[in-house]
Ligand binder design. Structure first.
Ligand code: SF4
Ligand code: MG
Length: 271
């Protein structure tokens, strides 16, 4: 581990429980780098997670952490931010945790525009709980609950967040580490709900069931399919079919929930 990020980890909790070649450690590395670049006060920062492989991340980070219940990371984080708006609150969650069990919390956190930086580890499957398909599993892909191919269509979680009112939305992959670190920095700076979707690899479950090769092969897949908006705009519809955009997807301004609540309190205290 690089010395400049060591201070953000509970070294006594290592080695971690993730499989060899899992993308989760890369995301954590980028998060720690972003926190370091932002010089965020470690004592006033909370990391909240739900349940699943991604959610184990909070156990390894040396901040105030909440490892909560399945799908409820955003609900707990909303409570923390609402009670103590001065704290920096990050949410670490997986695609199943955030968009299936926690789907309702997800759209309403975005709608409220509450100041949370949410990082979704999207590995297209429920990794820890048995390799079931999630709302992010692509159509026709295999999972333990779709052995003949997934019949459902996946969400576009970024568009869902934008439609629900999120004021900052970006997407990166475990391969695009510079973009990911920068997105976490920008997401943190946004005063409102920020979503950073990270397309990452689960070689043990999604990769194995869909014959995607080694972890290195899965990283190469991310490299070849995640492209910047400039490159995307130059492609034909046919060429775009299996590509997705990485970088900032949406940025806007809207009243932030806890700030609006504080105004209300002051208004009535003034009376
Ligand atoms: Fe990573 Fe998948 Fe293993 Fe979970 S099951 S630790 S997501 S490789
Ligand atoms: Mg998952």
């Amino acid at each position: 581990m690089l010395p400049e990020i060591e201070q953000y980890f509970r070294l006594e909790k290592l080695p971690h429980m993730w499989c060899p070649g899992c993308g989760n450690g890369i995301i954590l590395h980028c998060l720690a780098k972003a926190v370091g670049k932002l010089s965020i006060n470690q004592e006033r920062t909370v990391m909240v997670s739900g349940i699943g492989c991604a959610a184990r991340a909070s156990s390894y980070l040396d901040f105030d952490t909440l490892h909560t219940t399945h799908g409820r990371a955003l609900a707990f984080a909303t409570g923390v931010k609402f009670a103590k708006p001065e704290l920096n609150v990050f949410v670490l969650t997986g695609d199943g945790d955030c968009t299936a069990i926690g789907g309702n919390h997800f759209i309403h956190a975005a709608r409220r525009n509450i100041n949370l930086t949410t990082i979704v580890f999207n590995n297209n499957i429920y990794g820890m709980t048995g390799g079931q398909y999630s709302p992010m599993t692509p159509n026709a892909c295999r999972a333990t609950t779709s052995p003949y191919g997934n019949l459902e269509r996946p969400f576009n979680m970024a568009e869902l967040a934008i439609g629900a009112g999120a004021t900052f939305v970006g997407r990166a992959t475990s391969f695009h580490t510079k973009i990911l670190t920068d997105l976490i920095i920008e997401g943190y700076k946004n005063s409102g709900f920020s979503l950073i979707e990270v397309v990452t690899h689960c070689p043990t479950s999604f990769g194995r069931q869909n014959k995607m090769g080694s972890p290195a092969d899965m990283l190469k897949w991310q490299r070849d399919h995640g492209i910047t908006v400039m490159k995307y705009n130059k492609l034909t519809d046919e060429e775009r079919a299996d590509k997705f955009i990485v970088g900032i997807l949406h940025s806007s301004k809207a009243p932030e929930y806890t700030a609006e609540y504080q105004k209300l309190v002051e208004k009535f205290q003034g009376r």
